[in-house]
Design a protein. Structure first.
Length: 361
């Protein structure tokens, strides 16, 4: 396939004839758009080429060993600007490191000043250098076969592995640290964020392909199938609806995650340990609720209360509503709405469960 970056173009083909044919097409396109190329600086017919600090061959893509090993001798930055420069130099390698966003976030958020405790920053710096040297080779995808996405989420960050089952090799890693609002999401919601991240970052690879997603929770299926979703679930559902997704639910790594991708996947508990060790004080995280409606099994029997409230700040007038449901079947037992005076938005929302519990007594 072809990979481009501003003024750099890399292209490969299965046969020499196909490569020449593709090259002719490429040169025609460049001529059509009046784009010139410097032929003395170009390479043709190579089995392996250097490209943007990577080495690309028929098997896959990896970090150039000489460049990666050179990172090991870099000293710890003396300023925050130096930290950002170091992280910028590793930008091309983030797809090789599963927990790159977590480790990099510690460095980018630390203020490098004399007299401060920089032990976590030093540990993150050394950890990143070791990971760069040990980067794996990422295999080229086979677009004729389905892709596998394995998300993972913890309190601070989300990440996802993209691969294919037929050879058990990793194609790409991606992830990011959660923002302050997302820190309060349920862990199942964070897993959806990890999936959306993978779809966004690797859209050019995944679009139009069949995707198999291994998830520990039922929220993803609920977001795709629910007709009553609201809030952030609506844009999530719209985005996911465009993809050909098959969902497989697993309980733990032993159910097959590691078996699918082999040694390419870091054990989930290890990723969590890295996060807890490096970012122990980031924000305040609300403990996840004991029960979430979207996680109830299809055979659940009982009563469920749903509620909501809203208020207009200028008049302090609002309303709230509540519905009692009988499961299974989602039969409405009772539904009520109330007009409220002299309330804030929070007051209106709190009135929902209070009013909803009254008829259940």
């Amino acid at each position: 396939g072809r990979s481009s970056y501003i003024d750099d173009i890399a292209h490969g083909a299965k046969t020499c004839d196909q490569l020449c044919e593709d090259l002719d097409t490429l040169l025609y396109r460049l001529r059509y758009w009046n784009i010139s190329v410097s032929l003395p600086n170009r390479e043709f017919g190579k089995r392996s080429i250097p490209y943007l600090s990577h080495e690309i061959n028929a098997q896959g893509i990896r970090a150039i060993p000489k460049v990666a090993k050179g990172v090991m001798y870099l000293p710890f930055p003396k300023s925050h600007k130096g930290v950002l420069s170091f992280l910028g130099s590793l930008n091309y390698y983030h797809k090789f490191i599963e927990d790159f966003p977590v480790v990099a976030a510690v460095l980018s958020e630390e203020q490098i000043r004399q007299g401060r405790d920089l032990s976590r920053a030093h540990e993150s710096f050394e950890l990143l250098k070791r990971k760069i040297v040990a980067t794996p080779m990422l295999r080229h995808p086979d677009i004729q076969k389905p892709f596998v996405i394995i998300p993972h989420a913890n309190r601070w960050a989300v990440c996802a592995v993209v691969g294919q089952e037929y050879d058990g090799k990793i194609q790409r890693y991606t992830g990011r640290v959660l923002n302050d609002a997302e820190l309060r999401y349920h862990i199942a919601e964070k897993e959806v964020i990890a999936i959306l991240r993978a779809l966004q970052v690797f859209r050019t690879i995944l679009e139009g392909r069949r995707l198999i997603i291994y998830t520990r929770y039922s929220v993803l299926k609920w977001v795709l199938q629910s007709k009553s979703a609201d809030g952030r679930y609506v844009p999530w559902g719209v985005t996911l609806s465009h993809w050909d997704i098959e969902i497989w639910k697993v309980q733990k790594d032993g159910d097959g995650l590691v078996a699918i991708m082999g040694v390419g996947i870091t054990p989930r508990e290890h990723l969590d340990e890295v996060v807890e060790k490096l970012i122990p004080l980031k924000g305040h995280v609300r403990k996840p609720p004991v029960v979430s409606v979207e996680m109830l099994g299809s055979d659940f029997q009982g009563v469920v209360l749903s509620f909501d409230g809203a208020a207009k700040l200028s008049t302090k007038k609002g309303s709230c509503g509540c519905v009692l449901w009988q499961l299974p079947g989602w039969k409405v037992l009772k539904a009520k709405g109330f007009l409220l005076e002299n309330v804030t938005v929070n007051d209106a929302e709190y009135h929902g469960p209070f009013k909803g519990l009254e008829p259940s007594k």
